[in-house]
Design a protein around this ligand. Structure first.
Ligand SMILES: Cc1cc2nc3c(=O)[nH]c(=O)nc-3n(C[C@H](O)[C@H](O)[C@H](O)COP(=O)(O)OP(=O)(O)OC[C@H]3O[C@@H](n4cnc5c(N)ncnc54)[C@H](O)[C@@H]3O)c2cc1C
Length: 388
């Protein structure tokens, strides 16, 4: 991994001391801990679980929350920069940290009772509990509000039946945040303990993207969820969709991290690789690719920083977050492809991070709302007409 970092417009000047401290310490941590092992994890399809404790110690889980819940009240720009640096290392590491923070802890923090917050948030921040977040299903991905996981209310528990598909951390989770629908079309979100009778998980094997991330199913067969584990219930799915905001924000920063890493690898390589007795960087066609990359990265950096400011001020809209997620992933994908091409044959090997990032981007395009769905969200917002 590269230690220099792309910053053509001195975006660094927009960050405060804490932002830079968080970014630099996570960058160093990734270089020392993730880079040496990640190619093996990726090739062999497992998550480096031995890093979890250490990742917790550097504030990787729930840094945005108050100290009483294990956080450090860092702002959203510091959180974003953390995601940028983790995903430079690998999507699996960023995803682990952001499922834990953006989806699991944040949902408990926003909707949980005081006693649930006390019982779970600190342990999640310490990494002694691992969380997963189940919204998607085998037959309902882009349209989760049509979900088939059903809950029924009884005197002192809820009965849940159904299954959730493509769930990050499912095979290794201790708790799951799960969305379900009632027969009367209400939506509910539950905190489910691993030990709950009727609840089980499985692992999706033979995955070709996100290989170092554990992905699987959450299965509910007459699972009895105690009433006190209900986080949220409503007739509308709006809150369900809004619960994705912080993770989509994390994806926008993470994709930027991938773009920066792929650009820097290509820049270095093009200054070292000799063909026709000169550096390949001296060719106009190579320079054109590098110029495209750094220009797009600069635009993403400004967009993402501005979104961070809006998040800090509590002004970021669902649609603004959606735009940044779609745009940054799209840009990172194009940059990773250019980078792969600049590396020639070496670009397809595990000697460089680029092909791994390119394949991980195939997931980033699809998950947390597909490119098409985010296009429709922006289209609806600017025209006032839904084209879903
Ligand atoms: C590795 C991985 C990890 C994931 N982790 C999680 C997780 O932790 N938790 C979780 O809940 N989910 C998770 N997901 C699920 C992810 O959010 C869904 O895959 C995603 O929402 C897309 O759903 P789908 O795969 O069912 O595709 P579909 O919804 O079936 O879409 C198929 C295609 O049709 C397009 N399409 C659908 N509707 C429209 C439309 N109206 N107009 C135009 N095009 C349309 C889509 O854009 C897509 O190209 C994960 C997925 C992956 C691959």
């Amino acid at each position: 991994m590269n230690t220099k970092s792309a910053d053509y417009y001195n975006v660094d000047l927009l960050f405060n001391q804490e932002n830079k401290l968080v970014r630099d310490s996570v960058r160093d941590w990734v270089k020392d801990n993730v880079s040496p092992v990640i190619e093996e994890c990726n090739l062999n399809g497992y998550f480096p679980k031995n890093l979890i404790k250490n990742l917790a110690e550097i504030g990787g889980f729930g840094g945005i929350f108050p100290e009483e819940y294990g956080g450090a009240s860092i702002d959203f720009i510091s959180y974003g920069l953390m995601m940028q640096e983790l995903e430079r290392g690998d999507s699996s590491v960023r995803v682990f940290a952001s499922i834990q923070t953006s989806l699991v802890m944040n949902t408990i923090f926003k909707h949980g009772s005081k006693s649930l917050k006390k019982e779970y948030l600190k342990k999640l921040s310490e990494g002694t509990l691992i969380g997963s977040f189940g919204m998607s299903e085998p037959n309902h991905g882009s349209d989760p509000s049509s979900m088939n996981t059903i809950y029924e209310e009884f005197d002192d528990y809820y009965l849940v039946n159904g299954s959730k598909m493509w769930i990050g951390n499912a095979p290794i989770c201790d708790i799951a945040i799960v969305w379900a629908r009632s027969k009367n079309n209400s939506y509910a979100c539950f905190l489910v303990d691993r030990e709950t009778p009727g609840f089980s998980t499985s692992k999706i094997e033979r995955k070709l993207s996100f290989r170092a991330s554990e992905t699987g199913e959450l299965i509910f067969h007459d699972a009895r969820i105690p009433k006190k584990h209900l986080l949220f219930e409503s007739n509308s799915f709006k809150t369900g969709l809004e619960s994705l905001n912080l993770d989509r924000y994390a994806v926008a920063w993470g994709a930027l991290g991938i773009a920066m890493e792929c650009y820097e690898v290509a820049l270095n390589y093009s200054n070292e690789r000799i063909q026709f007795e000169k550096k390949i960087a001296s060719n106009q066609l190579i320079q054109k690719k590098l110029v495209y990359m750094v220009t797009e990265i600069t635009k993403c950096q400004l967009l993402t920083w501005r979104l961070g400011k809006l998040m800090n001020d509590g002004l970021a809209t669902f649609e603004q977050i959606s735009m940044a997620k779609r745009n940054n992933v799209d840009v990172a994908y194009k940059i990773a492809r250019h980078s792969r091409q600049i590396l020639g044959g070496m670009g397809i090997t595990a000697e460089y991070s680029v092909m791994r990032h390119l394949i991980n981007l195939e997931t980033l395009i699809t998950y947390q709302g597909t490119d098409e769905i985010h296009t429709l969200i922006t289209g609806r917002d600017i025209t006032g007409v839904s084209a879903f």
